[in-house]
Design a protein around this ligand. Structure first.
Ligand code: PLP
Ligand code: LYS
Length: 416
């Protein structure tokens, strides 16, 4: 069921007309659906059935406190990549004991903070990082739980900017060095080896690479067991794709079933998954108003009030996201438009060559904007970042106020 659907000619978010939300909170505006977030989370959690498991939602996809709170109430775990994300999880009511800490460049103070909060484990990406965690834990008189992120060298067949499991990528420990790195971790006095993880890329639409990576990891798990290093969890990362356009990614149920099948007979190994996009992307939209319509000789432009600073994905990856009207009864002439923002960059567009019928004042919606939307927003061109609201049935909650101009120079100073 789509919680962003037309009733008559009007687009609704759950039980509220998007036009009414925009009238109250202005544009550009991110709108999230609580029911969709919950349904997506349950799709993963239920699909794993009886196999011991934990869904650790990837906070980077959408780190709004309201979003994290919805998931924390379901009992979700979280995958974080910074102390800031951990602080958000805690502020949102999440359990630090269900947090895994990924990322290639953890600083000593971030490691200290995570140890103080008692996270589930560090997903370690290099030998120097192992030494750093060991040292910080030693200073604190603690034992740090660690997992090694293995780079399985599989081709995830996704956009090169978001592929992470190839030898050429900066992420993880090469498979060939895995055993000796585990030996080192096992010997370091302030570490406890608890798991293994991987994450091969994002927006994957095929199950094959996930299964290949898992097989490679399970081979290593068995080799380690022979050496007397027993793991208690295996974390397969995130990366399941969503439908933006024509893609047909596997349903989380199919994906989880394929993973669970490979894990059969290994009930001692808890399964962790770190989905981000698959939970958040289609749980959010970006609402924007048409400011001007500019008819050029070669191109027609719909100039809207959202821009690349609000939603970067189209500019950064040439990503395609659906753009639809809030009121589809509009009768102005249909034309092919580039939907562009006010930022001073040629690359500032939300969509190219879209067939639309638009006039100034009309509202448009960019779909699938719940993941890597607001989290990648910036203040470029000194634009205030948009507000975010969460719809829950017929209620609308403001989960982040629109920035005001004073926020733009917060922490900046004139010379004395
Ligand atoms: C370590 C790690 N886990 C999980 C994710 C979430 O990925 P996705 O949003 O594609 O599910 C990412 C981002 O790609 C990541 O780097
Ligand atoms: N930000 C990216 C995905 C990167 C995933 C982070 N590891 C996107 O919008 O598609």
């Amino acid at each position: 069921m789509d919680h962003f659907a037309y009733r008559g000619e009007q687009l609704f978010a759950e039980d509220v007309a998007v036009a009414d939300i925009a009238a109250q909170y202005q544009t550009p505006l991110y709108v999230y659906s609580r029911a969709t977030l919950e349904r997506h989370w349950h799709a993963f959690n239920d699909a794993l059935g009886n196999h011991p498991h934990l869904i650790c939602y990837a906070v980077k996809a959408n780190s709004n406190i309201g979003v994290l709170n919805v998931l924390a109430r379901l009992g979700s775990g979280f995958d974080i990549v910074s102390a800031g994300e951990l602080a958000r999880v805690i502020e949102a009511g999440g359990d630090p004991g269900k947090v895994v800490f990924s990322g290639v460049g953890k600083k000593a103070d971030e490691i200290r903070y995570a140890l103080e909060q008692g996270i589930l484990c560090f997903n370690v990406e290099s030998e120097p990082e192992l030494h750093r965690i060991n040292e910080v834990a030693g200073q604190m008189g603690k034992i740090a739980p660690i997992s090694l992120r293995i780079n399985p060298d599989v081709d995830a067949k996704t956009h090169p900017y978001i592929s992470t499991g190839l030898k050429a990528n900066k992420f993880g420990i090469p498979r060939e060095r895995a055993i000796e790195t585990y030996r080192l971790a096992h010997e370091l006095p302030n570490l406890k080896v608890t798991g293994m993880d991987c994450h091969i890329g994002s927006q994957l639409t095929d199950i094959g690479p996930f299964v290949d990576a898992l097989e490679r990891l399970l081979g290593l798990v068995d080799e380690l067991a022979e050496l007397g290093i027993e793991l208690s969890h295996l974390d397969v990362g995130g990366g399941l794709g969503v439908t933006y356009n024509q893609e047909s990614p596997p349903h989380p149920r199919e994906y989880a079933a394929a993973i669970a099948q490979k894990m059969a007979g290994r009930e001692n190994l808890k399964l962790i998954m770190e989905p981000g996009r698959a939970i958040a992307a289609n749980a959010g939209i970006l609402v924007t108003e048409v400011e001007f319509v500019k008819e050029g000789e070669e191109k027609h432009f719909a100039i809207v009030d959202a821009a690349m600073n609000d939603l970067l994905r189209p500019s950064l990856y040439a990503a395609w996201q659906a753009i639809i009207p809030v009121d589809r009864s509009t009768t102005s002439q249909t034309r092919i438009y580039d939907v562009v923002g006010p930022v001073c960059e040629t690359g500032d567009f939300l969509g190219k060559d879209r067939e639309l019928s638009v006039s100034p004042g009309d509202l448009l919606v960019v779909r699938s904007a719940g993941a890597y939307g607001f989290t990648m927003a910036s203040n470029y061109n000194s634009r205030c970042r948009p507000a975010e609201v969460m719809v829950d049935g017929d209620n609308v909650h403001l989960v982040r106020a629109r920035e005001i101009q004073k926020d733009l120079w917060k922490g900046e100073h004139k010379l004395p």
